[in-house]
Design a protein around this ligand. Structure first.
Ligand SMILES: [Ca+2]
Ligand SMILES: [Ca+2]
Ligand SMILES: [Ca+2]
Length: 263
């Protein structure tokens, strides 16, 4: 890997926080690409990540410095696809995701910096990265999506369609994957209309969708599962739950219910 920094493009406009706009925190890092004249023999460092998941890495440090990062506040506007969650953090304890940014050209005077390698003047050329606080983990409900249908239609609220008592009611479970990687062991379990009794739950039957034959629910694929029951008198609701395993071992899950009425 060329750089330890995760770089993503972000089509946004970055603006400074309005004065007095509230409790904006200096919890982002804005990183400028610089020209550094400092030269020294390469140094080594044991970098112990604050977060246990990344562990201790033995690294070498080579001149010269490439970026200078400064704490900044940020208001995010014009985000494609909706409103962002505002994740705030402390610069010294939280992980960061670093985005490549494009900013209007600005004249920044040469600046003196002092670090463990000494004082020197660097030329700040342009801002190239914005690092935002990031919590490791999943947003609940992320990554796998289940839509459960009754006789081909989605009826999440009562009463749903009417069906003749004694007729066969068909449930279809449509499962898709937005996790960014393949999901294994994808199954759909139905509560059989009795959420308080796990003993009668059942797995719906896989009916297709593994277009590349991998045995995995890959991004872009749609797995379909089916089940049926004989309609009984009155209102009925059952809930399906899809689960799948991500490559890192995390279990992703999503549920969807559907209603019908036997008459
Ligand atoms: Ca549904
Ligand atoms: Ca049950
Ligand atoms: Ca597949």
């Amino acid at each position: 890997m060329k750089s330890p920094m995760l770089t993503l493009t972000l089509s946004t406009c970055l603006v400074a926080s309005a004065a007095g706009a509230g409790a904006a925190e200096n919890d982002h890092l804005k990183c400028y690409k610089i020209k550094d004249v400092k030269t020294f023999q390469s140094a080594t460092a044991d970098l112990d990540a604050l977060r246990a998941e990344f562990g201790l890495e033995n690294c070498s440090i080579k001149p010269a410095a490439k970026l200078v990062c400064v704490p900044v506040t940020k208001n995010l506007t014009n985000l494609d696809g909706g409103n962002p969650a505002d994740v705030e953090g402390d610069p010294q304890t939280d992980n960061r995701l670093c985005y490549r940014i494009k900013c209007p050209k600005s004249e920044i005077a040469p600046t003196f910096f002092t670090d463990q390698f000494g004082s020197r003047q660097v030329r700040a050329v342009k801002a190239v990265r914005l690092c935002t606080p990031a919590i490791q983990g999943l947003t609940p409900g992320f990554g796998i999506d289940l839509i459960k249908l009754t006789n081909g239609t989605d009826n999440n609220t009562a009463p749903g369609p009417t069906v003749p008592i004694g007729s066969t009611v068909t449930f279809t479970y449509v499962v898709t994957n937005s996790s960014g990687g393949p999901l294994s062991a994808v199954v759909v379990r139905d509560d059989n209309g009795t959420p308080g009794n796990a003993a009668d739950d059942f797995n719906a039957t896989f009916s297709g969708g593994d277009s590349n034959g991998s045995g995995l629910l890959d991004p872009g694929e749609t797995f379909t599962f089916v089940a049926s029951r004989i309609a009984t008198p009155g209102p009925y609701v059952n809930t399906g739950t899809a689960t799948g395993q991500a490559e890192g071992g995390q279990t992703l899950t999503d549920s969807d219910q559907d209603h019908h009425v036997g008459i």
